[in-house]
Unconditional design. Sequence first.
Length: 176
Amino acid sequence: MRFTETPIAGAWVVDLDRLEDERGFFARTWCEREFRDHGLHYRLSQCSVSFNKRRATLRGMHFQTAPHEEAKLVSCPRGRIWDVVLDLRRESPTHCQWYGVELSPENYRALYVPPGCAHGMITLEDDTLVSYQISVPYVPGHQAAVRWDDPAFAITWPLADPFLSERDRALPDYVR
């Protein structure tokens, strides 16, 4: 695996090293030692997927509150997404900044979202599947979100007029 730092403190793009032959390829998608060596959360507690029927489906910007902040490793085994990490850590030098990257089966890329950051994505194709490896279990009452189009963050999304849940559509403005 190749780890590339993003402009967001603690967020990384992870590219898979493929071992290819006439059958196809093999690649590790998780290695506790390599994640630990990069100072990242290396324990997995939960793996989840989201299936998205429509292009321009937007999910985000979601996170869990203290003391249940979660790290996520997000990949896209089918379709394509624009994946975004948003730094909500008040003590961070990159507080309120965001970073986006395209994830797809063709680029074999994942985004590591550190604890204290929100995560969101928009599908760039119909029938897109997103995979999440998460450091802590889901804790009811600690799920939270900020608005995908909040002017406090000015996230640039590649598609206009996204398909959203009513919950995501109704979120209030972020208070710094």
